[in-house]
Write a protein that binds this ligand. Sequence first.
Ligand SMILES: [Zn+2]
Length: 270
Amino acid sequence: MGDVMGLKGAGWIRTLFRRRWARLGGLMAFGLFAGWIAIMQFPGLVFWYSVSERGLTLRSDRPFDEARARWLLTQVRQRLDGAPYGQPAFTADVCIAHSEWRRRILFLPSLKAIGISYPVTRHVFIRSSRIESNRVVNAEGREVGGYFTLGHVIGHELGHVQMYRKAGRMRTLAVIPSWIREGYAEYVGGIPDFEFDSEGRAFLAEDASMRSPRPGAPPYRRLHLLLVFLLEKQGWSMERLTRECPEQQSVEAALRAWLQTQPPVKTIKV
Ligand SMILES: [Zn+2]
């Protein structure tokens, strides 16, 4: 009997401890989440070096070349203001995370991403970057090549933010298809050497440049072309595009048909 009472007592104490640990665990999880939200809203808490230009603030956890950063922000600002969802009063922080612990916190859903944006904040986060050479460094420690410059990646992520704000967060996530979201972000990021006719030929020929640059990634250049086709050649507005949300295949079919009816590009002999 005494033993039985003793066991019952031990069980009661164990339950109490378990509850206390569960409560402590819950409090810690809440604390971490609150800290994460605080960094999302006030990234200056963990990015201590900064410079501002035309409403955009570049932040980093390491010192950087201020003049070069201002030049970069000016370029991005022009892309943002010229985009269909551009808002002159829009302000945001662009945070470059060199340290591993910051990246682990800020890139949690996609640890290998070179840039990331969230619907809960207008600020965006970029991996290690070389501001001086306008390049981002990927998870393997290599500079990302091609047109994926630091300026492009910042523009791309802020393009996502523009869509969250103008089309609505819930609609962007639940209704607007990924090809439009990524295509618009690329459209804002911009491709410096973009030339519609040659991109169209690459599309018709199913050139490698029109496919995903790596497994699991969207075919960025292809989606960029689809957005240029609709917005600049067909006169669509972003309001119409995000309201009608056409399927990617149907837009590709329309582009293919349109390209095939265009006169061939004349080559000028000198
Ligand atoms: Zn994206």
